[in-house]
Design a protein around this ligand. Structure first.
Ligand code: SF4
Length: 348
């Protein structure tokens, strides 16, 4: 039976220890097990930005495991397309952690991949992840510009090559995310809800929620995250799909889980047509729009972004190479925030 515990805290390290002591997840696990920690280091920004997993959570897990006699522990991640995982390890405090405790870091972008399938959906998964004896997922509870939230289930997208990440977006994210979780078993989830950006996976608008949560069920964890960010779990399509596939149970709605923050979806009335855009492409657009602070501006053209516009000709401003058929477009795959900003600021 699934369970979830959480702590309201101002100390992520201590809260993680308290939760591990409460759950005691490793009691029956062989001390020789190959244990992988998978944080969310999607971009090279510190956890104070609300974008990445606080290294104090990983540190508490490592100390706890070492005290129990585990030694085959590693940290593995691949940042999103266009960002450098090694840089993220450094900026996010994981190189320091690695040196302090002798825990190796692996940039999964250099790993080989194996093909897997669930429910007719095929993808490639990094081999070392498929060979883990015990996978500890350390996601962040945060907002996402396309799926509304991201936590345990979507964090596994860091376990697939960049080409597959791009394909996931072309297929609308929800079914691929649900199916991915039919291929990779995450044994334990410790979610960072300490400092989060409730609207944006790239961070930049951090809010202190002060929560750390632990569960053995990613669906329960993500439904908890949904409530905390102000959504019912059924509003998150991939969560609904996971339930249909029989993957897990929702966190109970009546457990004192009042929403703490709600994603801000106000884009100042700019008309954005988004169809299967990659996360970094879309978030670069949103960052550029925030920079422009466009509340008083009227854009003459609609903005188009996403892989579904490939090969089409249309009137409007296209973001990225997929939209080169637009009457005006900003090249790049993805185009940078600065390039988008300079173009749109010039047009406003
Ligand atoms: S242009 Fe943007 S949406 Fe299209 S493939 Fe590149 S990153 Fe993805």
């Amino acid at each position: 039976m699934s369970c979830l515990y959480f702590e309201n805290t101002d100390d992520p390290f201590q809260a993680t220890r308290i939760l591990l002591n409460r759950m005691k997840p490793f009691d029956a696990l062989s001390r020789k097990s190959k244990i992988i920690l998978k944080p969310n280091l999607v971009v090279s920004k510190p956890s104070s930005s609300g974008a990445t997993t606080d290294p104090r959570i990983a540190e508490a897990v490592i100390v706890y495991l070492k005290d129990l006699g585990f030694s085959n522990i590693s940290i593995r991640e691949s940042s999103w397309i266009g960002d450098d995982t090694k840089k993220a390890f450094k900026v996010c405090g994981y190189v320091e952690l690695s040196e302090k405790y002798g825990i190796p870091l692996f940039d999964l972008k250099g790993d080989t991949a194996v093909e897997m399938e669930f429910n007719g959906f095929k993808t490639s998964i990094f081999k070392s992840i498929s060979e883990a004896d015990y996978l500890i997922n350390l996601p962040l509870i945060k907002g996402h510009c396309q799926t509304k939230i991201t936590c345990a289930l979507k964090n596994l997208k860091g376990c697939i090559p960049d080409s597959e990440k791009r394909r996931f977006h072309s297929e609308g994210l929800h079914r691929p995310i649900a199916c991915l979780n039919g291929m990779i078993k995450q044994n334990l989830i410790i979610a960072d809800g300490f400092i989060t950006d409730p609207g944006f996976e790239e961070g930049g608008n951090p809010k202190q929620m002060g929560i750390i949560a632990i569960s053995d069920d990613p669906v329960m964890m993500d439904s908890f995250a949904a409530f905390k960010l102000g959504f019912h779990p059924d509003e998150i399509k991939y969560l609904k799909l996971c339930r249909e596939y029989g993957f897990g149970t929702y966190y109970r709605e009546n457990s004192g889980n009042d929403p703490i923050v709600r994603a801000d979806e106000n884009l100042n009335n700019i008309r954005i047509h988004q169809e299967n855009a990659c996360s970094n492409c879309y978030s670069n657009l949103l960052s550029a729009l925030k920079k422009i602070n466009s509340g008083n501006h009227e854009f003459r053209e609609d903005i188009y972004i996403g892989q579904s516009y490939k090969g089409k000709t249309f009137s409007g401003t296209g973001i990225g190479d997929c939209c080169k058929g637009a009457s005006h477009f900003i090249p790049g795959c993805p185009p940078s925030t600065d390039d988008i900003y300079m173009y749109l600021a010039d047009k406003k």
